[in-house]
Design a protein around this ligand. Sequence first.
Ligand SMILES: [Zn+2]
Ligand SMILES: [Zn+2]
Length: 224
Amino acid sequence: MSDPNAPQSQDALPPIQILIIPVTSFQQNCSLVWSPETKKGAVVDPGGDVPLILKAIEEHGVDVEKIVLTHGHIDHVGGAADLAEALKVPVEGPHEADRVLIERVKDQARQFGLSDVKPVEPDRWLVEGDTMEMAGRSFEVFHCPGHAPGHVVFFDRELRLAISGDVLFAGSVGRTDLPGGDHDTLIASIKTKLLPLGDDVSFLPGHGPASTIGRERENNPFLR
Ligand SMILES: [Zn+2]
Ligand SMILES: [Zn+2]
């Protein structure tokens, strides 16, 4: 047993390292997640700007083992096929309810005036209760529809950290006017799955700054 009051060694490595790489005109928070100890990691939601993501991977010397997707919107999946091909890694997520969105990513591209996007074929669809391993850690999978039908959220219970995509933002929630969106379903996902994780949990959203569940429970106007 180690003494919890003992001072931490100065060169103790953090359990996980996360670099936010804003991608596409939507400034989507693509994240490079890795273990500082092993350098093994993953890319979450490579929506586009693949050269930028590859450069960050090289700069930090990360051994990317997989690509992980929270949902099927173009700003989250637009670069996944190219990145998977470049790195020769599998793609995990989202929930299969987003299959149609992903298959029609070219239609999404047209809608938003983007081009040069290929649909990706996930190697593993995720469901509620699954475990998704990345950067040497286990993340619990929560299926949180409402913004997109197949949206999933990843949660490291020990680190008190969630990667929440476009479900919940600092001061806002995901839009629900896109195909398959539904506001009541979204609010139910947040209230039944994210708020119970605990006020101390930090979450990293798909757009904008990070926040905590507690801060949003108190101040988010959509959760009153
Ligand atoms: Zn979205
Ligand atoms: Zn988004």
